[in-house]
Ligand binder design. Structure first.
Ligand code: CAA
Length: 389
């Protein structure tokens, strides 16, 4: 019996900053961001969007398509948690009208959280194949203004319905993973922005890719050529090219020419170039991008994934695209969402960055901005208040 992703949808804020604008302000050659780092734009969530609304906005189309019956598990992966106690999953449980017979919990391991939640959900569905799980992953990637991480900010959410006999992607049971206790990127509870050792984190990403791949290859007996495309965790899209070079070297195969490499890697990077990093949602945002933008039909083709969470956990895994998958995608919705976003000026970006949700413990009402069906209306009595738009 196959277990995997029955439906997958992604959501990103309705505002973005062009990285050429940021480059000009920072006195940097725009090619460094657009070519060197591989990012064009970064999504900026307005004050009335947070991880809960981003995730609920991603999930609604999935539930409108599949219904809510049989969903017994809701896992929410994030490293931008809004409460130290209550799971973000429960806010979404309420907004989305899920049944009371649904366990809810939050999962955290930096950008690896989405993959951890997906694998846990798949294990539960394998044990109880008549049930379904909803996996949400959402993050707002923030670094200090003017820091090296700034051009790799972004935001986004992914919703995945995990079932037996999935319509989009059957997960292969073989995976390879690797964990180490390191400090490459972290965010203490008293800070809204992460600390990151940029070069070290990139080094560890690329280093842990190899044991994860080798464990996967040993478990599955597969070679790189068995995967039609690859989707990597993408803090910035250039890392997919760096990773592929490393993988080819480790696998002892010559790297294909530029055109073939781009054919394998580019489809998964189309959305991320325009949203920036979405941390725990990133690798599956890459999957959405790949499914929506692959140059040829993927029915029956195997895809490879690499997930990396700082701290750190790395996993290489794979899945087979199901025949007829195209009829179950949200491609038009994804494209329309990206095409209708509003570009911010630098000043507007900085104003939004500095606003945030007030930490003074007072009551606040947030003006409505553009966005999906759910918004954060304000804070009252120390409780976030969400509402349909
Ligand atoms: N034209 C074209 N390319 C240019 C250029 C120009 N004018 N100027 C510079 N470049 C190139 C550089 O040669 C370099 O390319 P290579 O890496 O191929 O050599 C690239 O642009 C970047 O330049 P720098 O290395 O000088 O950039 P930087 O040090 O300012 O920042 C970064 C890079 C460290 C990754 C930074 O963006 C950062 O700190 N990001 C946040 C941390 C991060 O994303 N880490 C990734 C791994 S951790 C992870 O994956 C978890 C997560 O999501 C955070």
């Amino acid at each position: 019996m196959n277990i995997g992703i029955d439906l997958i949808s992604f959501h990103t804020p309705a505002y973005y900053l062009d990285l050429r604008v940021l480059a000009e302000r920072r006195g940097v050659d725009p090619d460094k961001f657009v070519i060197g780092v591989g990012q064009e734009q970064m999504a900026i969530p307005p004050p009335d969007q947070d991880i809960v609304t981003l995730a609920a906005n991603a999930a609604l189309p999935v539930l409108e398509e599949a219904g809510r019956d049989g969903i017994e598990l809701l896992l929410f992966a994030t490293e931008s948690g809004i409460d130290q106690s209550k799971a973000a999953a429960l806010f979404c449980h309420g907004l989305l009208g899920l049944p009371p017979t649904c366990r809810c919990a939050e999962v955290k391991e930096a950008c690896y959280g989405g993959t951890a939640a997906l694998r846990m959900a798949a294990a539960m569905v394998a044990a109880r194949p008549h049930t379904k799980a909803l996996v949400l992953a959402a993050d707002v990637a923030r670094y200090d203004l003017g820091s090296s991480g700034e051009p790799t900010q972004g935001a986004g959410a992914v919703a995945m319905l995990v079932t037996a006999n999935p319509r989009v992607l059957a997960l292969d049971p073989e995976t390879g993973f690797h964990a180490e206790d390191i400090m490459d990127f972290w965010r203490p509870n008293y800070r809204a922005e992460a600390f990151v050792d940029g070069k070290y984190s990139t080094k560890m990403y690329l280093t842990t890719l190899i044991p994860a791949w080798q464990a996967y290859a040993a478990a599955s007996g597969r070679t790189l050529a068995d995967h039609a495309h690859l989707a990597f965790h993408m803090p910035f899209t250039k890392i997919a090219w760096k990773s592929y070079t490393r993988l080819c070297r480790a696998a002892g195969v010559p790297e294909p020419d530029e055109e073939e490499t781009a054919r394998i890697l580019r489809p998964a990077t189309v959305y991320n170039r325009r949203t920036g990093n979405s941390y725990s949602a990133c690798v599956h945002e890459g999957l959405c991008s790949l499914l929506d933008n692959a140059p040829a039909p993927l029915d029956g083709r195997r895809l490879g994934f690499f997930s990396y969470g700082s701290g750190c956990v790395a996993e290489f895994y794979s899945g087979v695209v199901q025949p007829g998958y195209r009829g179950h995608l949200f491609t038009d919705r994804h494209r329309a969402m990206l095409e209708t976003r509003t570009e911010l000026t630098y000043r507007q970006y900085e104003d939004i960055f500095n606003y945030g949700v007030p930490q003074d413990g007072g009551d606040h009402v947030f003006a409505p901005y553009r966005g999906g069906p759910f918004r954060l209306a304000g804070v009252k009595d120390h409780k976030r208040r969400y509402e349909p738009r």
